[in-house]
Ligand binder design. Structure first.
Ligand code: O2Y
Ligand code: MN
Length: 593
């Protein structure tokens, strides 16, 4: 037994005072036993075995439906080190507040100890965490999203390092009281806390998603971004995709998009050009390390997908729909009368008899949506029909190019290639997206989301830009190319110009051919772009004028954007790297009339 782990578990037990302690072994029997317990206590339902075998359905409390960015804290000793994009409370003060809340918070509940590995167990690129939680829902989700159990304890050994992740739903269960179907604490008592100096996570009050499955955003991004900076690697909010050319050559891309840009769809893209294939390696997070050959290698630290259900359909993402055939957990979707699930944008008629995500009778005719916009599926990645045979390769896959992107109805062209690494870092640093109904802010506002890491970078974002620049210096000529895409440009009538979905592969293929030194590009004020004819449009009903508009550099609109970009960069104060400021000045010069 790892002494540090034993000591920590005993300390937490003394503080939280659970009724029982259970060490998770990660077995299928454990999952099924907990599932049965939750079904028996009315927290969960089994879906119809013939329609969706071995799948569970949950409804959360209406106050606990998403990550809570305003209750998420990066608690560095110095406030400045958390930077302007994170909430900060001093570690001593935050720990005092949380210790008060944790005191006796697991009364009447079982405390589960979940040893988990982010990344294939034993890979040199993987890291171990241990989550302590009083939620059986969290245990079952962690079984799917990470590698859990005894084999992880074995890999940890007597003196291995682990990230302690403490979680409580914050709802002690008094004797004789019936448990709520989704215990949690009110919003002002929810705290999602990160202590990067100690690699420590404390989460209290929420049972949902990224607030509670602590391997995901808390560990694999916020804490791991700190570890990566210290140790010389990168923890990124990126999908990982393999493209295979007709001649068998493999290319690997890592891509970062803010929410509502179709990230999971792209991770499972079906190329439409004959002979090309794609395989999914990950849909959300990439851990990327320089290899001995000087190239970057990426692993997906997760073992499952925790995807947004609404909008997922046979037309938007057939591979995800096939992945969801069984062994899933659905949270906050519609529950149909015949024991299956449904959501808006599923592209099948709404059920005539169902219950909505709040448990009310629902028939598809009411004004209110049946599924919550952030309703989720949790499913093993291995079930994806296009998962790569190498998705668990402990060495990772070599990255040929990075892609950044955002949703913009105007201004940003379909694709641009960075002029060099520094310019690519500038593209990542100034990535922005229009907000949609499904994400925060009012609809259509432009939100800067550097590297899609705004809510996930666990330290000062200016220092994070510096880390990217330093990585480029280290990689030199082996540095991947960097591209920026916008699938969402619209015409004057508000119609999308680009068909998107599988057709996005045509743009990815141009990137592969750029990486292979085979495709042409022309210089523009924004960077390198495909000249007319460079994108393979065979069999696609997009005319030359539409393509011209998709690739048009609207210098006037860009000049208009410059003050916003400048103000965004100014937020990082003296920690904005001089090289990024120079990139901004160069852009301004290239756009000058
Ligand atoms: O709302 C939540 O708790 C989940 S957020 C999430 C889940 C899976 C993948 N990405 C995200 C995200 O917010 O980027
Ligand atoms: Mn994400």
């Amino acid at each position: 037994m790892n002494q540090k782990l034993k000591q920590w578990v005993e300390e937490v037990e003394r503080m939280c005072r659970p009724e029982a302690v259970h060490w998770c072994d990660g077995t299928a029997e454990e999952y099924d036993r907990l599932a049965k317990l939750m079904v028996a206590s009315d927290m969960a339902k089994w879906l119809d075995e013939r329609k969706r075998p071995h799948s569970l359905y949950f409804r959360s409390d209406p106050s606990d439906v998403a990550r809570v960015e305003n209750r998420t804290f990066i608690s560095t000793p110095e406030k400045d080190d958390a930077g302007p994009t994170n909430n900060w409370i001093a570690p001593d003060e935050l720990k005092r507040t949380l210790a008060g809340l944790y005191e006796g918070c697991m009364r009447g509940r079982t405390m589960y100890v979940i040893p988990f590995s982010m990344g294939p167990v034993g890979s040199p690129l993987s890291r171990i965490g241990v989550e302590i939680t009083d939620s059986a829902y969290v245990v079952c989700n962690m079984h799917i999203m990470t590698r859990v159990g005894t084999r992880v304890l074995e890999a940890l050994g007597d003196d291995g390092e682990f990230v302690p992740c403490l979680h409580s739903v914050g709802a002690p269960l008094e004797q004789g009281h019936k448990d709520s179907s989704w215990p949690c604490a009110p919003i002002e008592k929810k705290y999602i806390c990160h202590f990067p100096a100690e690699n420590l996570i404390w989460s209290y009050g929420s049972g949902y998603g990224g607030n509670a499955l602590l391997g995901k955003k808390c560990f694999a991004l916020r804490i791991a971004s700190n570890m990566a900076r210290r140790e010389g690697w990168m923890a990124e909010h990126m999908l990982i995709l393999r493209l295979i050319a007709p001649d068998g050559r493999k290319y690997h891309a890592a891509a970062a998009f803010p929410s509502a840009c179709g990230k999971t769809n792209l991770a499972m893209v079906r190329p439409t050009l004959p002979g090309w294939k794609a395989e999914c390696i990950g849909d959300d997070i990439a851990w990327i390390t320089p290899g001995k050959d000087g190239r970057l290698y990426a692993i997906n630290p997760e073992a499952g997908f925790f995807g947004v259900a609404p909008g997922t359909s046979r037309s938007s993402n057939p591979m995800a729909m096939d992945t969801l055939s069984g062994n899933c957990i659905f949270t906050n979707t519609v529950l149909t009368e015949d024991g299956d699930i449904w959501w808006e944008g599923m592209d099948v008629p709404a059920p005539a008899h169902a219950m909505d995500w709040k448990g009310r009778p629902w028939n598809g005719k009411s004004a209110e949506k049946g599924a919550h916009p952030n309703a989720r599926f949790t499913v093993p990645a291995a079930q994806c029909p296009v998962i790569s045979p190498d998705w668990e390769d402990p060495r990772g896959v070599p990255i040929d190019f990075f892609i950044f992107g955002g949703r913009r109805s105007s201004t940003t062209p379909l694709v641009t290639e960075a002029l060099d690494w520094d310019h690519g870092v500038f593209l990542g640093a100034t990535a922005c997206s229009e907000t949609t109904a499904a994400n925060i802010g009012s609809v259509g506002n432009l939100r800067f989301d550097p590297f899609a890491m705004l809510p996930f970078c666990g330290y000062h974002m200016g220092d994070y830009f510096s880390h990217w620049l330093a990585m480029g210096d280290k990689l030199g000529k082996s540095a991947p190319r960097i591209f920026y895409v916008n699938w969402f440009r619209k015409d004057a009538a508000g119609r999308f110009l680009w068909p998107g979905y599988g057709e996005n592969s045509r743009v990815l293929i141009w990137m592969c051919e750029r990486a292979a030194g085979k495709a042409a590009a022309e210089q523009t004020p924004l960077g390198l772009m495909p000249p007319a004819g460079a994108l393979d449009l065979s069999g696609l009903d997009v005319d030359a004028r539409t393509m011209e508009e998709l690739l048009r550099v609207d210098t006037a609109a860009w000049r208009n954007d410059l003050p916003g970009i400048e103000a965004h960069l100014a937020r990082f104060g003296t920690r904005l790297p001089e090289r990024i400021r120079r990139q901004f000045e160069s852009l301004r010069e290239r756009l000058a009339p």
